[in-house]
Write a protein that binds this ligand. Structure first.
Ligand SMILES: *Cc1c(COP(=O)(O)O)cnc(C)c1O
Length: 433
């Protein structure tokens, strides 16, 4: 790997002008004790920094790029759309086409509203749920991320069954009180919290595949219980499928497990790499959204024609393709390779894996929730990360982010990656001793 001389200089300049030098915190590489690489370009499964280093990319823009970087058909769709005007602030037909694809793919969605980010989608879904139920409280699960709206930047208070506490200054204490937090995959705690405050809970919001504490696989019984108990108490169930939507199949993860939420939030993949989010659900719930209803929500660039074109191109490529089975194969092949490396080195770290998503946790505990995820040794992860980067593999720079495989990755890329991981594991072991 070339010394990242230009990246270092750019980072210094960026820090003068942009808080922390980045426009989203995890990009700063703080968790691995490095400076971020500045990217010059990306194509397929590869990403290139401004110091002429090439990496196999498993960040894939944190999830959106299921077809890899700069897919020719998506680029063409965006260019074509741009020539027709970049924004109208008026309806266009592409919005209907994308809405139709989404509603067809996800049976629980009768109507959908496009927004500009996942954050906007979840924030709007919470407002809608509160209006629809006439209740204030939202229940979330520890370790799940739903964007940076005030309601969601809340972690568990003491005992996990109390009101949450803000994870950031600037959030009114009163506000935190209306967010309840409990443990992922824990049916008993869920029941207890509903026993205590079920009648005040507007909605339960959950990532049906948790992808923001590393990858944590849901127990199907747990998701079924989320559905059952919200029905029992007249609360809404919101599936935040911003990551999982169109990731494991053409539709939501809800299609695979056959659990129908009341509201679904989407983002990432449905925007094909452009800034997009969406929320949708049953007709009578969505009827409350302005201007059909009284719950205000708007956006200057919502339904933007370039973003719609990128989303349409992406979903049309995914639809009726065998890309999901290809991605599943690659995922299994990768995990098998990593497990063999671990065994040959006598290491007992945990891997969670689902389709084209995986996380290697530097812990021996089975990772099923936030507590077990944070039992990982982040110092060893940082050493591993640095070594891996040196071998030409670009993982997310945090133990608690998911690695994504795209359809642009090949078995050869995976072979190269597995070899690199083996070397990186070995060197992180040596340094650990
Ligand atoms: C990324 C993400 C969000 C936030 O989306 P942004 O587009 O970054 O605002 C919300 N929920 C989940 C599950 C996510 O992974």
């Amino acid at each position: 790997m070339n010394e990242p001389i230009k990246s270092r200089a750019s980072f210094a300049r960026a820090q003068e002008l942009i808080p922390g030098g980045v426009n989203s915190p995890v990009r700063a590489f703080k968790a691995v004790g490095l400076d971020p690489l500045f990217i010059e370009k990306a194509s397929g499964a590869k990403i290139y920094d401004i110091d002429s280093n090439e990496f196999i990319d498993y960040v894939c823009s944190w999830g959106p790029l299921i077809l890899g970087h700069a897919h020719p058909e998506i680029v063409e769709a965006i260019c074509h759309a741009a020539e027709m005007g970049t924004s109208y602030g008026a309806p266009c037909e592409k919005e209907i086409e994308l809405a139709e694809l989404i509603c067809d793919a996800i049976p629980s969605i009768d109507k959908v509203r496009m927004v500009n980010s996942g954050t906007e989608a979840t924030m709007s879904a919470a407002r809608l749920a509160r209006a629809y139920t006439g209740r204030d409280k939202i229940l979330k699960f520890e370790g799940c991320y739903h964007g940076h709206a005030d309601s969601f930047l809340i972690k568990a208070g003491s005992g996990l069954l109390t009101s949450g506490v803000p994870t950031s200054p600037g959030i009114p204490v009163d506000y935190a009180g209306s967010t309840l937090v409990t443990r992922y995959n824990d049916i008993e705690s869920l029941q207890k919290i509903f026993d205590l405050s079920g009648k005040d809970i507007a909605a339960v919001i959950i990532e049906p595949i948790a992808g923001n504490m590393g990858l944590v696989i849901p127990e199907k019984e747990f998701l079924l219980e989320c559905r059952r108990i919200t029905d029992q108490y007249g609360s809404l169930l919101i599936f935040d499928e911003v990551i999982s939507g169109f990731r494991t199949c053409y539709g939501g993860y809800q299609n695979l497990i056959n659990v129908q939420p009341d509201i679904t939030t989407l983002g990432k993949i449905i925007g094909g790499g452009l800034p997009v989010g969406a929320y949708g659900g049953r007709k009578e719930i969505m009827a409350r959204v302005a201007p059909e209803g009284d719950v205000y929500q708007a956006g200057t660039l919502s339904g933007n024609p370039l973003a719609m074109a990128a989303g349409l191109a992406t979903l049309n490529l995914l639809k009726n393709s065998d890309l999901y089975s290809y991605l599943e194969d690659l995922g299994q092949y990768m995990v098998k390779g990593i497990k063999e490396s671990l065994v040959s080195l006598g290491l007992e770290y945990e891997i969670n894996h689902l389709g084209s998503m995986f996380s290697l946790f530097f812990t021996r505990k089975k990772v099923t929730d936030y507590d077990t995820a944070v039992s990982s040794d982040t110092h060893i992860f940082a050493k591993f990360y640095k070594a891996l980067l040196g071998e030409g593999v670009y993982f997310p720079p945090s133990q608690f982010e998911v690695c994504f495989i795209s359809s642009a990755h090949t078995k050869r890329d995976i072979d190269t990656t597995v070899t690199a991981i083996g070397k990186a594991l070995e060197s992180s072991m040596q340094e650990a001793n």
